[in-house]
Ligand binder design. Structure first.
Ligand SMILES: *Cc1c(COP(=O)(O)O)cnc(C)c1O
Length: 315
C-alpha cells in the first residue's frame, strides 16, 4: 500500500518547509499615555510569523497555497499575481514559490528594470518571472479578458489578485481569531486592500464571538475602503468601522512626525514598526487612547501585520 499523508500532515509539512511560526505570539503592551486603567492592550505579533513571508500576507496566502500543496499534481502549479515595486504580497508569494519550486510570474506596476528595488532584487534571485506593466495595462488587472490573455502568454494557471485580497483569502484570518483568548473584546488592524479587515469580520461573525473590529486606513479612501471591505464579505449587512485620520496624506506617504514616532516606538517597546502600515496603525491607536476611545473595551488586540521588508531603502 502506498503511504498517503493526511491533509493535516501536509499542512504541517508545508509550514515546516516554509518555516512558519504558528501560533504567532500575543504580548501585552503598556502605552505611556494610557489613562484608562481598566483597558489592557496586547499586540498580536504576526510580524513574527516569518522574516519574509510577512504577517497578514501569509494569513491571506495560506488558504490558497495550502489548497494547492495538499492537491499537488505531477507538475508544480504555476502562479501569477500583481503588485507594486515594494509589494509585501509579491515578496511573500515569490519566496513561497521559490522554496516550493513553483514557477511564479509577478506583474509589476511600472518599469523598474534599470533600478530594481530591494524587493524586486529578491524576486529576481528567487527566479520569479517579472512582467513590467504600464499604468494603463496595470489598471486592467481584474479584467477577465486581460487576465486570460496574460495567463496564456505566460502559461500561468492560478491568478491571485493584487494584495492577495479575495474571497478565498479571508479564510486565513479565521486561524488568527481562533488563536485569541476568550476575553478579547476588540481588535485594531491597518486597512489597504481590505482583505485583512474583511477576513477578521467574517471570522468573528462565523465563530459567533463578540469582538469589535476597528480599521485604521493607511491610504486616503473614505467610503472607498468601506465599500472595498464590504465587497469582500459574503454578508453585506455587517457594519464596517474605519478611522480615516491617520493616513498621513496617502499610501506610503509620511512626514517627520510619523518617522520620529516609528523610531521612538521601536526603541521604547523593542518592537520594530515601519511607516507604511504598522507605523500609522500604532500612531492612530496612541491618538485614540488619548481620546478615551478604547474605554468601552477591556482587552484590546492591536494586530501587527509585519511588512518590515517594504520599508528597506533602495540601495
Ligand atoms: C498588505 C499589508 C497590509 C494591508 O492589508 P490589506 O489586507 O491589504 O488591507 C497591512 N500591513 C502590512 C504589513 C501589509 O503588508
Amino acid at each position: 500500500m502506498v503511504y498517503k499523508p493526511t491533509t493535516t500532515q501536509l499542512q504541517i509539512n508545508l509550514q515546516n518547509r516554509l518555516g512558519i511560526v504558528s501560533p504567532s505570539p500575543l504580548q501585552p503592551i503598556e502605552f505611556k499615555d494610557n489613562t484608562s486603567e481598566d483597558t489592557t492592550f496586547y499586540v498580536k505579533r504576526d510580524d513574527r510569523i516569518h522574516p519574509i513571508v510577512s504577517g497578514n500576507k501569509w494569513r491571506k496566502l495560506s488558504p490558497v497555497i495550502t489548497k494547492l500543496y495538499t492537491n499537488l499534481a505531477d507538475t508544480p502549479p504555476k502562479l501569477m499575481s500583481f503588485g507594486g515595486g515594494y509589494s509585501n504580497h509579491l515578496h511573500a508569494l515569490g519566496y513561497c514559490c521559490y522554496l516550493l519550486g513553483w514557477p511564479f510570474v509577478a506583474c509589476v506596476r511600472g518599469d523598474y528594470s534599470n533600478n530594481l528595488t530591494p524587493m524586486l532584487k529578491d524576486l529576481t534571485s528567487w527566479h520569479t518571472k517579472i512582467v513590467w506593466m504600464n499604468k494603463l495595462d496595470y489598471r486592467r488587472k481584474n479584467d477577465d479578458s486581460f487576465i486570460k490573455a496574460l495567463t496564456q502568454q505566460y502559461c500561468a494557471e492560478h491568478v491571485i489578485p493584487e494584495g492577495g485580497s479575495h474571497a478565498d483569502s479571508l479564510e486565513g484570518m479565521a486561524t488568527l481569531i481562533s488563536e485569541l483568548p476568550a476575553e478579547i473584546d476588540a481588535i485594531v488592524c491597518p486597512v489597504a486592500s481590505g482583505g485583512t479587515m474583511a477576513g477578521l469580520i467574517q471570522a468573528i461573525t462565523k465563530s459567533k464571538r463578540d469582538i469589535a473590529v476597528l480599521g485604521i486606513a493607511v491610504l486616503k479612501g473614505q467610503d472607498y475602503l468601506e465599500e472595498l471591505v464590504q465587497s469582500l464579505l459574503a454578508n453585506k449587512s455587517l457594519s464596517i468601522n474605519i478611522e480615516h485620520r491617520f493616513h498621513f496624506g496617502g499610501y506610503a506617504k509620511r512626514d517627520a512626525t510619523l518617522t520620529e514616532f516609528c523610531q521612538e516606538f521601536t526603541q521604547r517597546h523593542n518592537m520594530p514598526i515601519e511607516p507604511v502600515y504598522s507605523g500609522k496603525l500604532f500612531f492612530g491607536v496612541t491618538q485614540l487612547i488619548s481620546e478615551g476611545y478604547f474605554d468601552q473595551y477591556r482587552h484590546v488586540v492591536i494586530l501587527h501585520t509585519g511588512g518590515l521588508q517594504g520599508a528597506r531603502q533602495t540601495s
